[in-house]
Design a binder for this molecule. Structure first.
Ligand code: FES
Length: 236
């Protein structure tokens, strides 16, 4: 083969190799970005925030003003946006309780109630079975019929029940599991009762399950803006 033909052939081979390599690099780049988008969570947080609980008017909620054992309790987001929690005034002192986790056999200590008579507690309002949210998961005041169950006037001390598949939790005892199919209690929120009678959410209880569907309570969502979290109302 003449010398110039040999050079032409080498050049073509080299160019083909470069095209293949470039295409490969481009595909790898797209794949890397796609995988990164899949596994990169939302912004998240490094530590639990302190968020003052405020009303829809922006004014702090005064603990004494939280209705006692109402079927329309306040809800507030914590620790991230779209993490709803019940804020319950159970009308009596709620002691710290050892709560069992059926899934693991482990236990943890739930926070005692806070407020003027240690009567206020807060728990995640996302069912630990498959993630139903209010109004499917609902607080039934003491003595009322828990719809779809045998818990009634004499056997309901004030349960949280999820109508999706029947899980029941006891907020009087750390939101431990009363009936499945859930095998995890509702995670409790740690509250402080401030000298001006307001309430601040400051963390989640060590040893309790993470919020349903999340590897960590602090990732997988976006932080709330500012230093407050606003209540909304359970309807239905
Ligand atoms: S999601 Fe609540 S019981 Fe299944």
């Amino acid at each position: 083969m003449p010398e110039d033909e040999i050079q032409d052939k080498s050049r073509r081979t080299f160019l083909k190799a470069m095209i293949v390599l470039s295409a490969g690099a481009a595909v790898a780049g797209v794949l890397k970005e796609g995988i990164s988008n899949l596994v990169t969570p939302s912004v998240g947080l490094k530590s639990f925030p302190s968020l003052l609980i405020v009303g829809t008017d922006g004014k702090p909620i005064i603990a004494d003003d939280i209705p006692v054992s109402t079927s329309i309790p306040f809800l507030f987001d914590y620790p991230l946006a779209d993490d709803p929690n019940f804020l319950l005034n159970l009308g009596k002192a709620i002691p710290s309780t050892k709560v069992s986790i059926p899934a693991t056999g482990g236990t943890y200590q739930s926070p005692a109630g806070v407020g003027p008579t240690n009567n206020i507690v807060a728990f995640s309002a996302i069912c630990q079975h498959l993630g139903c949210t209010p109004p499917e998961i609902h607080f039934y005041p003491p003595g009322t019929q828990v719809i779809g169950t045998s818990f009634n006037g004499s056997t309901n001390p004030g349960y949280i029940h999820c109508s999706c598949h029947g899980s029941t939790y006891d907020p009087n005892a750390g939101a431990g599991v009363i009936t499945g199919p859930t095998i995890h209690p509702l995670p409790p929120i740690i509250l402080t009762y401030n000298s001006d009678k307001t309430l601040t959410a400051i963390g989640m209880t060590p040893g309790s399950p993470t919020i349903y569907g999340r590897v960590s309570d602090l990732s997988g969502g976006n932080p709330l803006s500012g230093s407050t979290t606003e209540v909304s109302y359970l309807t239905g």
